[in-house]
Every structure is written in C-alpha cells, then in structure tokens.
Design a binder for this molecule. Sequence first.
Ligand code: NDP
Length: 354
Amino acid sequence: MEGVTPRTSTHFHPFLTSLMTYTPNQERYNAPSFYARCGRSGLLLPKVSLGLWHNFGEVDSFVVARDIVLRAFDLGVTHFDLANNYGPPPGSAERTFGKLLTSDLAAYRDELIISTKAGYNMWPGPYGEWGSRKYLLSSLEQSLRRMGLDYVDIFYSHRYDPTTPLEETMGALAHAVRSGKALYVGISNYDPEMTARAATLLREMGVPLLIHQPVYNMFKRTMENGLLNVLEREGVGCIPFSPLAQGLLTGRYLNGMPSDARASKEHGFLKPEAVSPEVLEQVRSLGEIAEARGQSIAQLAVAWVLRDPRVTTALIGASKISQLEECIAAAPNASFDEAELARIDVILGSSPNK
Ligand code: NDP
C-alpha cells in the first residue's frame, strides 16, 4: 500500500520471529483512503480484509499464520474474518486467532474488527447447525471461548435456514448484540429476498443489519443479480468472499499444480478438477489485461471486485505473506474503464447473470 513502510518480521528466521515481541508498524494507518464505510453504518473497514478459512487451522504452521496476521495488521488490515467451523479441525482457526491475541494483539483489541459465524455443521445432534436460536447462541459462546474474547465485532448467520422462522434467526442475532457478545450483526449466503426480509426484521428489533457476506469474483457473479441493489437500498455493507476464486484467479496454477496450493491439499475446498484447461485459458487472457494495468492477475481480481462502490471490502485468503501484500497493493487501483470491463466480460464469456 502506498505511503506505508511496514516493518518486515520475515527478515528473521521464523523461529526467532516467533519469539520476538511484536511492535506494530507505526505507519499502518497512513493511508486513510484504505478504509471504506460499511453501508450506512458508522463502521469503517479496510478495503482488503483477511479471512482465516484456510491456512490457519491446527494442520497449518502457527509461525506462518502468525506472520501473515501480523503483517496484515502492519499494513492497516483491521478486519479478520472467522467462523466456528474454520480449521481443520473445525474450531482450530479460532483457537489460532485466540493464541495470536494472547501472544501479540491483545493490546490492540480496540483496533480490530473480529467476526465469526454460525450456520454450518459444527457439533453432532439437532442443535449443531443451521439457524435456531439454540444453535446460534451456543455457538457464539463456544467461539468466544476459543478466541478468549468477551465479544466479537460482527456475528453472522452463515447461511439461511429454510426450516427455522427468520424471526428466530434474526432474533438470536439481535440478542447477541443486546447481551454485549457482538457489536454488529451480519448475514452470509442469503438471497436478495431473504436479505431484504432479514434487514427489515432486524431494523424492527432495533439492531440494524451491518453487512452481507456473499461469494463474488469474476467467475461467480450472482451477487450482481439483485443482491447489490437490496444492500444499497437497505444501507447494508458488502464483503465479498473468495474474490480470487480460491486462488484460481491468480497465476498460481498457470505452470502446473504446486504441491502447497489449496487444490493439492486433501482438506482444501478447491478441488483439482476445478483447475481445468478452460479456466487456465481464461486466466491467461485476463493476465494480458492485468499486465496492461500494471497489475498481477490476483491484483486484477481484487481490484475488479472493489470497482463497485457498494462493495465495502474484499475478503481474501492467503497462505503466504507475499500473497497478502500483493492483494493489498491492488486496492488503490480499482477503477476500470468501459473497454477493460467489456474485454473482461468477453474473456469470461459471461453476462452478469452467470
Ligand atoms: P480467495 O479467493 O482470496 O483465495 C485465497 C487463496 O488464493 C489463498 O489461500 C492462496 O491460495 C491464493 N492467493 C491469495 N493471494 C494470492 C496471490 N497474490 N497470488 C497467488 N495466489 C494467491 O479467498 P478464500 O477462498 O480463501 O476466502 C477468503 C475468506 O472468505 C475466507 O478465509 C473466509 O473468511 C471467507 N469465506 C466465507 C465463506 C462464507 O460462506 N461466508 C465461504 C468461503 C470463504 P493457496 O492457499 O493455494 O496459496
């Protein structure tokens, strides 16, 4: 990011780094344009946020996880996104983040926006998933314990539950705020109609809907099909996840399948079949546009998601510090001219309806 010269903890051996006391980069907030208002709320979020879905579980290196999170904070990233089930095993990403809070970040708690979610399968029996009050509030308690926190900044319903009254799910979110265990609430993976209903219900309960977390990237554009308009009308922020299509929209797979890539890992959510010749061909063509803009393919993908002012922040993942740095550096160059957008549409062979 321009104007920021962060301290580079990776100049040292990883073991030494892990023993060093962390002092944040003093210049981390030197670029005010890196922060955007979340909908019509009072909350500003960094244009790039870091998610801990992959690479921060018990199966991953704590030293690398620590380096990435601290580097993000040094670069002005204040928002870290978790969920009850991130790992593997489920829950372990929250434990990793809890350890980091204890070892390095506790003094900066008031500078952090930490989110978590409940919705997917977390524990056995009828109360371990979906959208009941019983599940959501029990899960929030567990998340707080794993992270060693009194409250999270944002608590999400991770998916719409068609068998639980929406009033109950939204009531549980509102209760989380009233009981001081969350400052704001969000929803994820809700369609436009349910989003509008959720926003209305929450407003009636006096707890505005802060943010929606949908998937959005050049390969998955459903969000353009109604959801963005609902969010704009309701004054709700938007934090698209997987802006790099889990790594497909980067140069990661252009020269074969790296052994440390998500698609190579047994627990990786990206399957090797997704890295098809057709996808690689599209990514190569996108690379030409990226090059003309002076960006890498990953930067083009992040910038493309950020081009719409209704998008508050791009929620990326990273397995290396260099990836994080590259993505963050995309934020200042997120405007596109008509010709670039049209060329991208041609390459993707898609209309926004795809
Ligand atoms: P991305 O689309 O940003 O993919 C991240 C992966 O892309 C990285 O792990 C890395 O892959 C690769 N990558 C990142 N930067 C670069 C780069 N500069 N060059 C090359 N490769 C790069 O996001 P995720 O799919 O990780 O999702 C981000 C976050 O969104 C999650 O952590 C989670 O917080 C949230 N999320 C929410 C969901 C929901 O249902 N609400 C669902 C999914 C995600 P590699 O590991 O191979 O190096």
